[in-house]
Write a protein that binds this ligand. Structure first.
Ligand code: HEM
Length: 479
């Protein structure tokens, strides 16, 4: 038997009850009604939802041998991504090899090699915020996050705010493709006879094939453009993939796709977290003041660096709380059962989608009190040190998913968030702009995988009169 869940219609199941956007809120509502593991039917597709940290840990971590596949996404994976997308591909040998290559660069030790680049990017962000205060934070934080991951993947120079932005096209194309992955969003995924039609009709397939070709060309060009960085020996993901020996059996096109997909997986998520951070500062000036008191004691009037991390514990806690309070991907990326398995008496058949309901997990009353409140101190013990995560819960990083599919960029992202937050709070007071919506009324935008705060204005008041002069060498070159 499957876990319990909402009653549905014959054939269509619960598909008409699923909202077109903010689906995670519906899943949260159902989890309150049917418990930490429930199931529903999206027009014939069985879906199981895991909504507490314990059940997610059991099903996605401890039973990961059965729960690490991805849904069989015909439109998204086979057509739009030409089978080359490491996020959407099934748990095959190719996926394992690609993940290993990505992990070699992004593991917790090696990401430290990107720290000076991330410090530089924090300084550049402050410089642009001073130079272009009229430009919305959305654009500033897009640049920060895109530039860090761009350089992590392709090496090279920082992306600029006032020049061409080669990253935007990658972002737009990937957001477009991911729409097709949501339950009920692709007819060929819902109705198997249509797959035959598409397979046999060039005319029907044309827009999908054109899209895939455009993506492939874009990724191959970007990959080829990274060769200068490889020649200079810069540590970057594309270089690592390039060095994979022929024995791996991975084509150059597949390496190019993986580089592009890793870029797009890391960009929007990190930018979203920075936007929620800024919103949290508007809503909670007391948190900002406490963080700035810590910064005044530890770093004073020089810009923070990673060397200060061990002493900037409240800042570290803010970075953790941001992705708990508003996880950038609140509905996770769906997993799927690679074979039938049993959990607590429920049989989860092969092919079932398993939704990692991150939103409900980050509101799990077993782990967090008053979960809707932004409170970094929940991650600190009585001495003000960072608490160890509760056993088997990874309650300090639920926003990054679970099991063998867990986000391979989480350590890079955690470092980006730490240094950006430390430097931004060192540099500026965050104040509401008169006449703008009150911070609590700022709505959300559903971007299919990420959910972000709607654009809002914030008054960033420099904390030092000569701030631009304190930003170091890189910024002096930019100016
Ligand atoms: C705050 C920032 C980030 C958040 C919240 C985030 C969140 C996530 C989540 C929830 C997943 C799905 C995990 C699962 O299926 O269980 C994921 C997967 C992934 N993330 Fe991240 N991510 C972030 C940053 C990054 C960065 C910086 C990179 C790369 C540099 C990255 C690369 C990936 C990739 C490649 C996958 C797919 C893994 C697979 O399917 O095997 N992410 N991320």
């Amino acid at each position: 038997k499957l876990p319990p869940g909402p009653p549905g219609l014959p054939l269509l199941g619960n598909v008409l009850q699923l909202p077109a956007s903010f689906m995670y809120l519906k899943l949260h509502e159902w989890s309150q009604q049917y418990g930490p593991i429930f199931s529903f039917n999206a027009a014939g597709q069985r879906v199981v939802v895991v909504s507490s940290a314990k059940v997610a840990g059991d099903v996605l971590d401890r039973l990961s041998a059965y729960s690490s596949n991805r849904p069989r996404w015909y439109k998204l994976n086979d057509y739009l991504s030409a089978g080359g997308n490491v996020v959407t591909m099934s748990a095959s040998d190719t996926w394992r090899r690609l993940r290993k290559a990505v992990h070699e660069v992004l593991n917790v030790r090696n990401v430290n090699g990107f720290r000076s680049m991330q410090e530089e990017e924090a300084a550049i962000t402050i410089h642009y915020l001073l130079k272009y205060p009229q430009v919305n934070l959305v654009k500033h934080f897009h640049r920060t996050s895109a530039s860090i991951i761009w350089r992590g993947v392709y090496g090279g120079n920082p992306l600029s705010l006032d020049g061409p932005d080669p990253s935007q096209r990658v972002q737009d194309m990937s957001a477009e493709a991911f729409k097709a992955g949501l339950p009920g969003n692709s007819l060929m995924d819902m109705f198997p006879p249509l797959r035959h039609l598409y397979a046999n009709s060039k005319w029907l397939r044309k827009p999908l094939d054109d899209y895939a070709t455009e993506s492939t060309n874009m990724f191959v060009d970007l990959y080829a453009g990274a060769k200068d960085a490889w020649a200079l020996g810069e540590p970057c993901i594309s270089n690592n993939l390039n060095k994979l020996s022929e024995d791996y059996g991975i084509s150059q096109t597949s390496k190019a796709w993986t580089s592009g997909v890793v870029f797009s997986a890391g960009q929007d998520t990190t930018a979203t977290a920075l936007r929620f951070f800024a919103l949290a500062m508007l809503l909670h000036p007391e948190v900002m003041l406490k963080a700035q008191t810590e910064l005044d004691v530890v770093v004073g009037d020089r810009m923070p660096t990673f060397e200060d991390k061990e002493k900037l514990l409240y800042i570290t806690a803010i970075a953790e709380e941001v992705t708990r309070w508003h996880p950038p991907a609140p509905g996770g990326v769906p997993h799927a059962a690679s074979e039938d398995f049993v959990y607590e008496g429920y049989v989860i058949p092969r092919g079932t989608w398993i939704i990692d309901n991150i939103w409900s997990q980050t509101r799990d009353p077993a782990l967090y009190d008053e979960a809707d409140t932004f409170d970094p101190s929940r991650f600190l013990d009585a001495e003000g040190c960072i608490k160890a995560a509760a056993p088997d819960s990874h309650d300090d990083g639920l926003g990054f998913g679970h099991g063998r599919r867990i986000c391979p960029g989480r350590d890079l992202a955690a470092n980006s968030l730490f240094i950006s937050i430390a430097c931004l709070l060192w540099a500026f007071e965050f104040r509401p702009v008169k006449g703008e919506a009150a911070p609590e009324d700022i709505g959300l935008v559903d971007n299919f995988i990420t959910v972000q705060p709607a654009p809002f204005k914030v008054d960033l008041v420099p904390r030092f009169r000569d701030l631009d002069l304190r930003l170091g060498e890189t910024v002096a070159h930019l100016a």
